[in-house]
Design a protein around this ligand. Structure first.
Ligand SMILES: Cc1cc2nc3c(=O)[nH]c(=O)nc-3n(C[C@H](O)[C@H](O)[C@H](O)COP(=O)(O)OP(=O)(O)OC[C@H]3O[C@@H](n4cnc5c(N)ncnc54)[C@H](O)[C@@H]3O)c2cc1C
Length: 410
């Protein structure tokens, strides 16, 4: 090797070393920055979805401070009696978050867990309180409404980086944040009706649901021609005649709910039930269906208790309303907002599994918080937002196509 070749070799080697050192330094500085990055998160609403969102945030290790604002008092929150049914996918999701179903009042059936909203909320609140003792800065503000005044009172230096709006189907927090309340309303290609029976003398403990399929209703007493039956049917009594209507009985014995649904069809019976002005027909269908499919240990609905049954007057088209804007960037304040749960998407029909739809939206929350905490520039922010928006759109589309199959038709 002559003198020039040796010089060239030395130069190349020192350049390589310099590049390597730069790359190593950059990777470790970026890694350290990402590891240290934390964001302030504000969650509005402590329903099942808001509290689960709070748990996700608290466990993400990417939150510098978590504030949870709920307008109801703790007592009002925990007294919510309605039952929720957590489906197998929600159960798996919650298990990963550390929820221990063995320590929650409820019951299992077919891998579904049935509990009361208040019980579920109390459990999650206590998990959050435990996290607070583990040095996560969590501030739970119950009895506090999220309003324009509330927002104005937050000093600019304390503004959250991420706001998760989980204020339910009647909440107005997104408009406080300047986000449009426009909804896209789409048909789920099915008709349905709901009913409720409240009986104060019955027990209020979690109870498994009952499903019945392929129901047929004899409406000949109302002038509807009765299609030929393969087995005897009593007046208005559903029987397994042909695929058609699907019934679910859910809730506690005290607050029993029923959902009746069928795929869109122009059969005579469906047309009749869609347009009849006689509201007693639906009431009779629910009355007879309840007595036919209820559990043996609960009382029948009879002439003395029929007034406790409230129901839809006729079959209506089941529609999904989902927000046009489910995530947004507030430029001036450098804040991102995501809307979750019933605040983002809701049906005009209760299937008895509403909460699962809300929890599905949260499957992308941890990654969203991570991306926002570590975002370096606006490109990162927009990428995180568009990913979240895509997930929300996909959820609505999936539900429209398959949601009722899973929750009602099988
Ligand atoms: C009668 C009935 C029966 C049901 N039965 C079932 C069932 O059997 N199975 C099932 O899975 N689901 C059932 N559901 C649906 C289930 O309750 C909902 O899907 C679930 O509660 C939605 O959760 P969420 O957290 O999105 O909203 P919500 O539970 O409505 O929670 C929203 C929270 O936000 C708070 N809030 C609103 N505005 C503000 C504000 N500005 N500032 C601060 N806080 C605010 C509210 O006080 C509330 O606590 C039933 C619902 C009803 C009404």
């Amino acid at each position: 090797m002559d003198k020039y070749e040796s010089l060239a070799f030395d130069t190349a080697l020192s350049t390589l070393v310099a590049v390597l050192v730069y790359v190593l330094l950059k990777v470790s500085v970026d890694g350290y920055r990402q590891w240290r990055a934390r964001a302030k998160v504000l969650i509005v609403g402590s329903g099942p979805v808001g509290l689960t969102a709070a748990l996700i945030a608290a466990r993400s290790r990417k939150v510098q401070r978590l504030v949870l604002v709920e307008e109801r008092s703790r007592t009002a929150l925990l007294a919510r009696p309605q039952q929720i049914a957590l489906d197998p996918s929600s159960v798996r999701f919650l298990l990963q978050l550390g929820v221990d179903f063995d320590n929650m009042e409820g019951c299992w059936q077919n891998e579904h867990f049935f509990t009361k909203v208040g019980v579920f909320q109390e459990y999650l609140l206590s998990m959050l309180e435990q996290k607070r003792q583990q040095q996560v800065d969590i501030r739970i503000q119950l009895g506090t409404k999220f309003t324009e005044e509330y927002l104005k009172k937050i000093p600019t230096s304390d503004l959250p980086r991420v706001i998760v709006v989980c204020d339910g189907s009647c909440g107005g927090s997104s408009s406080v944040l300047g986000i449009t309340s426009d909804y896209i309303v789409e048909s789920c290609n099915a008709y349905g009706a709901n009913a409720a029976i409240e009986r104060a003398d019955q027990r209020q403990v979690p109870t498994p649901e009952i499903r019945a399929h392929s129901l047929y209703f004899d409406l000949s007493a109302y002038g509807m021609e009765f299609a030929s039956a393969t087995k005897e049917v009593h007046s208005l009594q559903p029987s397994a005649l042909k695929p058609g209507s699907h019934l679910k009985i859910y809730g506690t014995f005290r607050n029993r709910y029923m959902a009746l649904a069928c795929p869109v069809s122009d059969s005579k019976v469906v047309k009749f039930l869609r347009h009849t002005p006689n509201s007693s027909i639906m009431k009779n269908i629910f009355h007879q269906s309840f007595n036919a499919y209820k559990t043996d240990i609960e009382p029948r609905v009879n002439d003395l208790t029929i007034h406790l049954l409230q129901c839809s007057r006729r079959l209506f088209e089941i529609m999904l309303s989902h927000r046009r804007v489910t995530a947004a960037y507030i430029e001036g304040d450098n804040v991102v907002v995501t809307i979750e749960g019933e605040a983002a998407r809701v049906l005009n029909f209760d299937t008895g599994c509403g909460v699962n739809f809300g929890l599905k939206g949260l499957e992308s929350l941890e990654e969203f918080i991570y991306k926002m905490a570590t975002a370096v520039d606006q490109n990162d922010v927009f990428e995180a937002l568009s990913q979240k928006i895509r997930h929300a759109k996909q959820l609505a589309e999936d539900f429209r196509l398959n949601g009722l199959t899973v929750t009602m038709f099988q």
